[in-house]
Design a protein around this ligand. Structure first.
Ligand code: GTP
Ligand code: MG
Length: 342
């Protein structure tokens, strides 16, 4: 799974990427600093893993991670190749979730591509480009598929999507089934991808709003390092942004992507993993190592909360909280798995 950061130039995309990944991508005051996409891994803060760590004192505590790509800024007519248009669009087709960053801060030293702060206008420009790029793909695909009598379901779906997007919709409505949505994404369309709008606000109270957007202040996040978690929440609250800050964004992303966490305890390492909700113990084993999946015998499973309450693996096993499960067991959020394999 991959998260892609998109938006107009000079809105703080690479700054957010750096906060998420600590990768140190170039950040400058002029637009189009990012040309080649930056790639990095964002870690998911995890209270449960912290508590498992306190209980088991392992040498290594490994947080779950998710890949993030910081993509070049997009401008009007990107779908026709303006700016870094085509390169930009190619990268977005590669991601499972879009973090759409919209500028909510004014700063005369950092040029705004349209001079004034207007999140609604800016969001619409970016989303229109994605929609126009989609319409081009749909039209090309329709021209091909209409010639094939066996493709009538596909043609119908493409026509429905074409009509929705031409009317200016920037997300699918409830009439699309899960399978239809997946098909549209697989065909490379951008609007049907899950998206989180992120409004990048000043580091002091501001009346700038964008409905449904995650409120974040990059300027504030960059100076919060020295503060303890309680103080950080308080400062964010005072500024009027989400009190979870940049970590909350990854957490929102995890939820939107339908990912759950499971844990493994092996030797001196306690580790968190991400897996799609509904995955089986066998799929979880494959995530750890293909050999473990190939030789899968059984999985000992206990909820992390139950394990912490029991105080040890032996206690959890003795009290009946631990279950022995087969390949088809559906992994639950926060399960601790010990896979026995040949
Ligand atoms: N005042 C203020 N400046 C910010 C904020 N976020 C980012 N900046 C500054 O804005 C400038 C552009 O930030 P970047 O993170 O490079 O923006 P970008 O969207 O990646 O830009 P491109 O790669 O050029 O598309 C830099 O000088 C940042 O320090 C913010 O919240 N407040
Ligand atoms: Mg950048």
């Amino acid at each position: 799974m991959r998260i892609g950061i998109v938006g107009l130039p000079n809105v703080g995309k690479s700054s957010i990427f750096n906060l998420l990944t600590k990768a140190g991508a170039a950040v400058e005051t002029y637009p189009f600093t990012t040309i080649d996409a930056n790639r990095g891994m964002a870690v998911l803060a995890d209270h449960t893993l912290d508590r498992l760590g306190q209980m088991l004192s392992p040498q290594k505590l490994t947080l779950a991670q998710i890949e993030v790509i910081d993509i070049a800024g997009l401008i009007k007519d990107a779908h026709k190749g303006e700016g870094l248009g085509n390169r930009f669009l190619g990268h977005i087709r590669d991601v499972d979730l879009l973090l759409h960053v919209i500028r909510g801060f004014a700063d005369e030293n950092i040029p705004h591509v349209f001079d004034t702060v207007d999140p609604c206008r800016d969001a619409e420009i970016v989303l229109s480009e994605l929609a126009l790029a989609d319409l081009e793909i749909v039209e090309r695909r329709l021209a091909k598929q209409r010639k094939k009598p066996q493709a009538c379901d596909e043609v119908q779906l493409l026509e429905r999507y074409h009509s929705l997007t031409s009317r200016g919709a920037f997300s699918l409505n409830d009439s699309y089934t899960e399978d239809e949505t997946l098909c549209l994404r697989l065909w490379g369309l951008l609007i049907p991808r899950p998206r989180i709008d992120v409004l990048n606000l000043p580091d002091r109270c501001s009346s700038v709003e964008l409905r449904g957007a995650y409120r974040l202040s990059v300027g504030l996040e960059e100076v919060l390092d020295g503060f303890d978690p309680g103080e950080r929440e308080e400062l964010r609250g005072e500024v009027g942004v989400d009190n979870r800050g940049v970590g909350g964004l990854v957490e929102e992303g995890r939820k939107v992507l339908g990912l759950i966490r499971f844990y493994t305890i092996k030797g001196s390492e306690v580790r968190a993993w991400l897996i799609t909700e509904g995955s089986t113990a066998h799929e979880a084993a494959a995530k750890i190592h293909t050999d473990i999946a190939d030789g899968f015998i059984k999985a000992e499973v206990v909820g992390a909360g139950d394990l912490i309450e029991a105080g040890s693996w032996q206690e959890a096993s003795g009290s009946g909280k631990m279950k022995v499960e087969g390949k088809d067991y559906v992994v639950q959020d926060q399960d601790v798995l010990l896979v026995k394999f040949r």
